[in-house]
Each structure stands twice: as structure tokens, then as C-alpha cells.
Design a protein around this ligand. Structure first.
Ligand SMILES: Cc1cc2nc3c(=O)[nH]c(=O)nc-3n(C[C@H](O)[C@H](O)[C@H](O)COP(=O)(O)O)c2cc1C
Length: 197
């Protein structure tokens, strides 16, 4: 099983990435292969000029194609998901999320923009033909605290519980996900089938 974590935050110190890191740790305990992709690691010129043929974009497409599931995390910017994430999603092929389970995550300064995932991010993921979209998790900034000194980032208990519940749903959705039929296997079955009239 392979899950891609996609961060749409341009920030070096990112609460979205704290959420994704929690997800990564939980999935790795379950022996799930995890790949982390960050929009901030892509060459800005490739994104802004929509270079579908750039090596970084080709690599993105290949990694996403190989995934069983995606966890897409974004900060809320101006009541929506980030523009940086949008230009990256624009570079995926039309049916890039077909046969995949998708869990959206967002962090925002205010609960007033809780629905940004539903009205802004989910329609784009649906346009990419996500097979199953889970309900998603929204975190407000105060639930992810950066303590003084070297102490680790703190995720509050309520948020941690919602993340873990979403991960259970992700695991269940991945387990029941119908496997796409391998065209070679289908061909073999047709060739070797016994037909009767
Ligand atoms: C340019 C910008 C726009 C923002 N707009 C909103 C907003 O409309 N609503 C909101 O709740 N938070 C807004 N925020 C706050 C961020 O969503 C919030 O701090 C988030 O946790 C940042 O995530 P990150 O640390 O992963 O970048 C904005 C922050 C920035 C930098």
C-alpha cells in the first residue's frame, strides 16, 4: 500500500506539515509506504509556467499515479486552499485521482473558514476523479502549538483524536478499494475463457 502526502503550504515552518507528519508516523507504524511531496520543493518556474514536461512535474505525476491513496494538506489562504497547491494540482492529468482514496486536511487561523475544504478543495479533487473522498480534518492554529526551545510541536488532544479517526477511515477505505484490473490479466482471462452458448 502506498500513500502520498501532499503539502500545499509555501511556509518553511508549517502547521499543515505538522498534520501530515502525524499522518506519516501513524501510517508507517502500519507498514504503509509513504511519500511526502511539498509544493515548496517544486521549481516555482515549472509551476507558474505550467511546464507539464519538466522532470519535477513528470516525477510528481509518476508518484501520484503509483499511489493507492493521497492525503492532501493545505493552509487556508483567503478563504480557500493555497494558490501554490492549485498550480500544482493543475499539472496533474485529468483522471489523476481515479481509483484513489483521498483524505483532505487543512489548517487555518479561524474556524470561520472551516468549510474551505468542502467548497474549495474537494471540488478540485473531485474534478481529478478521486474515487472516494473522506470527510477531512480542519485544524485551527491554536490546536498546533510551537513551544519555546527544543520541545516538540504539540497537537492538542481533540485534534489528535479527529486525525486518528480520519486515519481509521482512510485505512478502511484503502482496504475495501477495488483494485484496478491489470489489462494483461484481463486479456489472459478472455483468451483462456471457456465460452458456451
Ligand atoms: C497569505 C495568508 C492568508 C491567510 N488567509 C487565511 C484565511 O482566509 N482564513 C484563515 O482561517 N486563515 C488564514 N491564514 C492563516 C493560515 O491558514 C494558518 O496560519 C495556517 O495554519 C498556516 O499553515 P502553514 O503553517 O502550513 O502554512 C492565512 C495565512 C496567510 C499567510
Amino acid at each position: 500500500m502506498h500513500v502520498v502526502l501532499l503539502s500545499g503550504s509555501p511556509a518553511a515552518r508549517s502547521r499543515t506539515e505538522v498534520l501530515l507528519d502525524h499522518v506519516r508516523q501513524r501510517l508507517e507504524v502500519q507498514q504503509v509506504e509513504v511519500s511526502l511531496l511539498r509544493v515548496r520543493d517544486f521549481p516555482a518556474e515549472d509551476l507558474l509556467h505550467a511546464r507539464f514536461d519538466s522532470p519535477a512535474v513528470q516525477q510528481l505525476q509518476a508518484v501520484v499515479a503509483s499511489a493507492d491513496g493521497l492525503v492532501v494538506g493545505t493552509p487556508v489562504y483567503k478563504a480557500s486552499f493555497t494558490g501554490a497547491l492549485k498550480v500544482l494540482l493543475d499539472l496533474l492529468p485529468e483522471r489523476a485521482l481515479a481509483h484513489k482514496v483521498v483524505l483532505p486536511l487543512a489548517s487555518g487561523g479561524s474556524p470561520a473558514h472551516l468549510l474551505a475544504v468542502d467548497y474549495a478543495l474537494k471540488p478540485v479533487l473531485a474534478a481529478l476523479k478521486a474515487q472516494e473522498m473522506l470527510s477531512g480534518v480542519f485544524a485551527v492554529d491554536k490546536q498546533i502549538a510551537y513551544p519555546e526551545g527544543d520541545r516538540p510541536v504539540q497537537i492538542d488532544d481533540e485534534l489528535r483524536a479527529r486525525l486518528d479517526e480520519a486515519l481509521e477511515q482512510l485505512g478502511a477505505a484503502l482496504a475495501r478499494r477495488p483494485q484496478p484490473i491489470d489489462p494483461n490479466l484481463l486479456n489472459d482471462r478472455l483468451v483462456n475463457a471457456r465460452w458456451s452458448i
